[in-house]
Design a protein around this ligand. Structure first.
Ligand code: ZN
Length: 609
């Protein structure tokens, strides 16, 4: 998402002219509630409306699921659009022309090429489908699909097809329809013949031969690439399109276009390992399911995922070869990146020798739902998995495993760390204190910087931990604060990075009567989508104090933040001093420092009390 492809002043114009209430009303019924409008949230299922739209601030926020933002992010989220196309869509509605910026011609050419390849992919899909449904040519493929429990309606919905056991059946058919060899190669469905031993060879041959074909679509349902599976044990079992202008396998997910609505509605997205698993689950009525395109799930999938759900459920086959090897790296990356964006990751483990396909075939959707209900968090899964491996290994291997687990744990928040340490101690029958010592070693050795970064960028703090900070920011965003009340408060005095960022941005607000706090923060949210929910919540949340009381409330918040920081410093110094004394190091000057802090604290208490 790059907002800069459309000039900032045009975006401003569109925002001025468009109305968020009108736009949202096209999708759901809104009722007036005081200054705002309320309705049933389209992003999670609810019976009483917590989805709030503010005409004055031009923002929306759901106090049920936390989804929020401005008019553009509403369209992005509900239609699954990119920022640029959301802007264009609204521009169309309000009658503003959006020019392309720079490299116009180049972009048009790429756009045309993409269009050509999309049409070719569609024609190829049709060819594969026709082959499958042909009673003699596709017999083998159709029998295979029936044996896998695929119903005819499902086969049509997913546009499954069959690539004949021929070197150039597809290429020939496409040529007669007017496509060139270059088109076929660019679309990734054909491979150029190579010259061999002085023998000049020209032309192309089909990439997919004698395989079941799974067309892979973009969010609009247009085919961008293909997966092909053999009918027997030939290797490779699965073959995917190469990277093309349209197809980027590390970023895209199979069946996302079919899963998006249900993923939003159920507020959960499941990721399974194979195409057949996705199709079998959809066939059984479980539709919030996608698969990666033969790659591991990584941070490159994040932009796509976080548009539809903040709850990710990974469905693992316990036998799958990749899982054990990938577990540690994958888990580490996910904890850092996914959790850091507020995305929760659960793991659904399937019973031995079962894949999702067999589970629903034997026990129906209910059986699968039960497994999903029993999902564990990613970190629980990692601990259980690593430790169960550890018990039947050498002492050396056990220690190594334990170190790895401890390193992972050190990336979670402090309260979780002690919980996990307790669990591991119980599981292994080790004294918790011994484990703690080792844990301190492991986290310092392996991941001090990562741990620090994660803590700073962790999930949004709970309202209690930063109540004063939130209240202050809320009052600022709602234009209730006059700068002198803040008593030179600095961003660094805020408890959490999210608050620091927002306060820094607040300080950069230009002095211009046309710029409101809401407007100023909308543009921040646009460039930092991970803050949108926090911003819209603070912008739309009702005030907890009366208008005439605001100055006092602001001053109290500032005092509270400062007093808390002094408290923190005081306890940290006390702790250091105790350690120094226990280890017999001189702690004289620490006493002095502590005394100074104690005085500052009491002076502060008198002043603010
Ligand atoms: Zn909601």
């Amino acid at each position: 998402m790059n907002p800069r492809t459309i000039p900032e002043d045009i975006i401003q114009q569109i925002r001025e002219r468009a109305d968020i209430v009108e736009t949202v009303s096209a999708y759901l019924r809104l009722n007036k509630a005081g200054q705002n409008f309320k309705g049933l949230c389209p992003f999670h299922s609810e019976k009483t409306p917590s989805f709030t739209v503010s005409p004055s601030r031009q923002m929306f926020h759901c106090f049920g699921c936390g989804t929020g933002g401005d008019i553009f992010s509403f369209v992005m989220k509900i239609d699954g659009e990119s920022f640029a196309s959301a802007v264009r869509q609204i521009a169309d509605r309000v009658g503003i022309q959006v020019p392309s910026v720079g490299m116009r011609q180049e972009r048009d050419e790429t756009g045309q090429r993409r269009e050509t390849l999309l049409q070719l992919n569609d024609a190829a899909t049709e060819f594969f489908e026709t082959s499958l449904w042909n009673s003699s040519l596709g017999k083998k493929g159709m029998e295979y699909l029936h044996a896998r429990g695929m119903q005819e309606e499902t086969i049509r919905t997913f546009r499954l097809g069959f690539a004949r056991p021929s070197w150039d059946a597809l290429a020939q058919a496409m040529r007669t329809k007017g496509w060139t060899d270059a088109d076929l190669v660019d679309a990734g469905i054909a491979i150029p013949r190579e010259s061999q031993e002085g023998k000049q060879r020209t032309g192309v041959y089909d990439r997919f031969r004698d395989r079941i074909i799974f067309p892979i679509s973009d969010l609009q349902g247009r085919v961008i690439g293909f997966g092909g599976r053999v009918l027997d044990d030939t290797q490779p079992k699965y073959l995917n399109s190469p990277e093309t202008l349209l197809f980027h396998k590390s970023r895209q997910l199979y069946a996302m276009e079919k899963a998006r609505t249900e993923a939003t509605r159920r507020n959960a997205l499941m990721v399974v390992e194979g195409y057949f698993d996705v199709i079998a689950l959809h066939q059984a009525g479980i539709r919030n399911v996608v698969a990666t395109l033969g790659t591991a799930l990584t941070s490159s999938h994040l932009p796509l995922i976080q548009r539809f759900s903040k709850n990710l459920k990974l469905v693992f086959d316990p036998d799958s070869a990749g899982i054990r090897a990938a577990l540690r790296t994958a888990a580490t990356e996910m904890l850092d990146l996914f959790a850091g964006r507020g995305i929760s990751v659960d793991v659904v483990t399937l019973p031995d020798q079962r894949d999702p396909d067999t589970v629903v075939r034997e026990g129906g959707a209910m059986a699968f739902d039960q497994l999903v209900d029993g999902a564990e968090t990613l970190i629980d899964f990692v601990i259980r998995h690593s430790l169960s491996q550890a018990t039947d290994q050498s002492i050396e291997a056990q220690v190594k495993n334990l170190d790895a687990v401890l390193a992972i744990i050190s990336r979670t928040s402090d309260s979780y760390q002690s919980l996990y340490l307790k669990q591991i101690a119980e599981r292994l029958g080790i004294d918790e204190r011994v484990l703690r010592t080792q844990h301190r070693g492991a986290s310092e050795k392996t991941s001090t910087p990562a741990r620090h970064a994660h803590k700073m960028a962790g999930p949004p703090p709970s309202p209690q931990s930063g109540k004063a900070e939130e209240m202050l920011l809320q009052l600022i965003i709602q234009d209730k604060v006059s700068p002198e009340w803040l008593d030179d408060l600095q961003a660094s005095e805020f408890v959490h990075r999210d608050y620091q960022e927002l306060f820094t941005w607040a300080q950069a607000m230009p002095e211009d009567e046309h710029i409101t706090g809401a407007k100023h923060f909308i543009s921040f949210g646009e460039q930092n989508p991970e803050y949108e929910s926090l911003i819209s919540r603070l912008a739309l949340r009702p005030l907890e104090c009366e208008e005439h009381d605001i100055e006092r409330a602001v001053r109290e918040c500032v005092s509270h933040i400062r007093a808390r920081n002094l408290d923190d410093q005081f306890s940290e110094r006390t702790r250091q001093m105790r350690i120094a004394e226990r280890e017999g190091r001189p702690a004289e000057d620490m006493h002095t420092q502590l005394e100074a802090l104690r005085q500052a604290k009491s002076a502060y208490a008198q002043q603010s009390g």
